[in-house]
Design a protein around this ligand. Structure first.
Ligand code: ADP
Ligand code: ASP
Ligand code: MG
Length: 438
């Protein structure tokens, strides 16, 4: 069975949901993962924030206007009284629940429950639409099988067992629908897979059922060779290796959730990125095949800090790097880039929650310098060092840009640069002009 995930824009209106229904219903059963309708998760987080700040009138206003939007979607989606009234009643129940939360004590648990409503609503709307069309549709509740463990990692054994049980108990349906993003945690509470996590849901499910293919349907025709939000004239990349796609997703290509490639790669399940607005476009096929010796794409990751630790005695002090890394481990902060010299080491991090404590602890090893508001620019492709010349090509594209760190050789798939965020757009454009101009 194929797993198809449709993102927020793809199900962002009644008309779009109808398009998705036409795409999906071709007589072949599929497992369809849906995000919340676009804008909903942001609105729900805003509602949670109002409630947290005890601003219940602000929360009520937003809850009511969001409810109104959904009532209109219902009017546009259904043609029969049965499904219209049934779904409107469901919407009312969901929004009554949100209104009731203004009376309870607000914790992160309530926030997680609020934010889960987006996917619960979109999947019910879509399922009811298919049922009205006469498609025998089964809604699989993600909260019954999708679970994360104590470390917030997917509990693959639990997921596989429970999803298979659910599918076995519901054989013979034309289509199966489920919620992206939401899950339960180790304590059995409602939780989620982080923003953009519906992609992750799709690949976890793909791995659990050993799917034939995972398709991520979105609003663009595949992974482009640079960030289309900042660079004009980008082109879709037809084929990517799992490693290349993982690097791009991790280093900022928003089209894919950073963690979503790993489950597919481990089970060798091809991932296809496709465009709901242009379903016949080739998109991007991600697999184990590599396009030899080619630079494929460029991505940028924001919100980075660099930390330099200079120690006059580093050459003699074996064990120095271990001590430095232990501090990052203590504060559960992972390092993205690292460069070393005889007298010091520079690292970059994207989680700045414990920056002050980390810097304080590092001071016992030497002089510490921090720069925030930095960006990692990542050039991805099949780049083994024997392919002479690509390093020079990439570096010369950035000849006018101050570069704080360069990292290459950690894998054959990327060369990364740390620059100031004010230089990001200039760097992305210069790289595209230098590398991809035909
Ligand atoms: P969805 O809601 O379907 O999950 P997202 O907004 O998360 O969609 O991802 C799609 C968006 O990713 C595109 O509209 C595009 O602006 C952005 N994007 C950033 N980098 C890239 C890239 N390299 N290739 C394609 N899209 C990209
Ligand atoms: N609805 C969630 C979000 O907006 C998950 C997703 O769309 O992938 O982050
Ligand atoms: Mg997304």
């Amino acid at each position: 069975m194929k797993v198809l995930k449709f993102g927020g824009t793809s199900v962002g209106s009644a008309a779009r949901m109808k398009d998705v229904a036409n795409l999906v219903c071709d007589g072949i059963p599929k497992l369809v993962v849906l995000s919340a309708m676009s804008g909903t998760t942001n609105s729900l987080l805003e509602i949670a924030d109002y409630l947290y700040k005890k601003n219940s009138s602000g929360a009520m206003e937003l809850i009511n206007s969001l409810e109104q939007k959904y009532q209109v979607v219902c009017d546009e989606l259904y043609s029969s009284e049965k499904y219209l009234s049934e779904t409107k009643a469901f919407i009312k129940e969901k929004f009554d629940y949100l209104r009731s939360l203004s009376k309870s004590i607000f914790t992160t648990f309530e926030e997680k429950c609020i934010v889960a409503q987006g996917e619960l609503i979109s999947t019910r709307l879509f399922t009811n639409y298919l049922l009205e069309k006469g498609v025998n549709t089964c809604l699989l509740p993600a909260l019954d099988y999708m679970r994360i463990d104590k470390n917030a990692e997917p509990d693959m054994a639990y997921i596989t067992e429970h999803l298979k049980e659910l599918l076995d108990a519901n054989p013979g349906y034309d289509q199966y629908i489920t919620q992206g993003f939401i899950c339960t945690n180790f304590y059995g509470e409602t939780d989620n897979l982080q923003r953009g996590g519906s992609d992750y849901t799709a690949s976890i499910i793909g791995a659990a059922i050993e799917a034939e293919e995972i398709q991520i349907w979105t609003d663009i025709d595949g992974m482009h060779n640079n960030d289309p939000r900042f660079v004009e004239g980008t082109d879709p990349v037809p084929f990517l290796h799992f490693e290349e796609a993982a690097e791009l997703a991790y280093f900022g290509a928003k089209i894919l959730h950073p963690t979503c490639i790993l489950p597919a790669k481990l089970h060798n399940i091809p991932v296809r990125l496709l465009n709901t607005m242009d379903p016949t476009a080739h998109g991007t096929l991600i697999s184990n095949e590599i396009n030899k010796g080619k630079i494929e794409a460029i991505a940028a990751k924001d919100g980075i800090a660099s930390i330099k630790i200079k120690s006059g005695r580093m050459l003699l002090a074996y064990g120095f790097l271990r001590k430095v890394f232990e501090i990052f481990e203590t504060y559960q902060t992972s390092i993205d880039m690292i460069t070393t010299s005889e007298v010091g080491v520079s690292v970059s991090i994207d989680n700045l929650k414990h920056l002050d404590e980390i810097v304080n602890d590092l001071k016992k090893f030497g002089t510490v310098t921090v720069e925030t508001d930095m960006v990692i620019i990542c050039v991805v492709g099949d780049l083994p060092y024997q392919n002479v010349g690509f390093q020079a090509q990439v570096v010369s594209a950035l000849k006018d840009i101050p570069i704080r760190m360069i990292s290459y050789g950690g894998s054959n798939y990327n060369i990364s640069f740390l620059i100031k965020s004010e230089d990001k757009v200039r760097a992305l454009r210069a790289l595209s002009a230098h590398i991809f101009t035909k």
